[in-house]
Design a protein around this ligand. Sequence first.
Ligand code: RRO
Length: 313
Amino acid sequence: MNEIYSLRGVSFNNRIFVASGTFGYGDEVAELVELKRLGGIMTKSLSMKPRDGNPPPRITETASGMLNSIGLANIGVHKFIEEKIPALARHPCAIIANIAASSVEEYCGVLELLDPYQRVDGFEINVSCPNVKEGGLSFGTDPRKVALITKELRKRTQKPLIVKLTPNVTHISEFARAAETEGADAVSVINTLIGMAVNIRTRKPKLSTVTGGLSGPAIKPIALAKVFEVYKSVKIPVFGIGGIATWEDAVEFFLVGASAVQVGTQNFINPRSASEIATGVAEYCTRNSINDVSQLVGSCTADASASVIQSWL
Ligand code: RRO
């Protein structure tokens, strides 16, 4: 079966990617994972200057999920260019640079610095970090800002531009349409959901920032509904993310309309999970005489008009 997936002229090994923030910059786990079995690596979000992130504790486990409040800790774009791009040169999978910023100017500046590097195959624009005071959700919850950021970045690159959306809004489809209208090639659906956990002995929140972003299997049903909503609302491809732990989960996302998927939290349990999921999806297709995953995309026979979300589409 044909596993290659293309977006704006860039070919990916397959449709299974690893989600930003769960795979570092791609070099840390390279020796553990068969990278040619991945469509690509979404890097940890990069900002212009290095950031230490939020104080600990910034990760806590919950039932079927994980709460994080990393706060955009990252090495900064300059160190990424100097140290990581050379180390990624021989990786046999795509590298998508995820960018997060606190102003439109910073998004543009980081993208302009990275765009000339051939090793950077495309961009994922994070307008959905739940754990920073400036930028993050203040952009991602205003469709006019999502439109403006997309428009400005589109002028500055011919590479794939993927906008990563937050589920922490009423109608995510409104934001997907804003990104599509201004030239995004795809949207990633979804970033983490705002959540909270409390230590009953100390009566204090378990995270230093009180709330954090919930990920893992706990959010899969929400992510599926959001992907379905967005798929029904836009023509550009959707990267489905949210609690994918097995190849069966990935197939569910394809069926509700994802053209590609990202494996996130599961990487912390098994860094090989994405490559194993890629193999599982390929075997499922072969068993079912499916020549290309595109035949699965959106083929869930759900009647959108029977759904309560119909009026949002
Ligand atoms: O670094 C983080 O706290 C973080 C980011 Br940038 C994001 O996009 N999503 C998330 O759950 N955490």
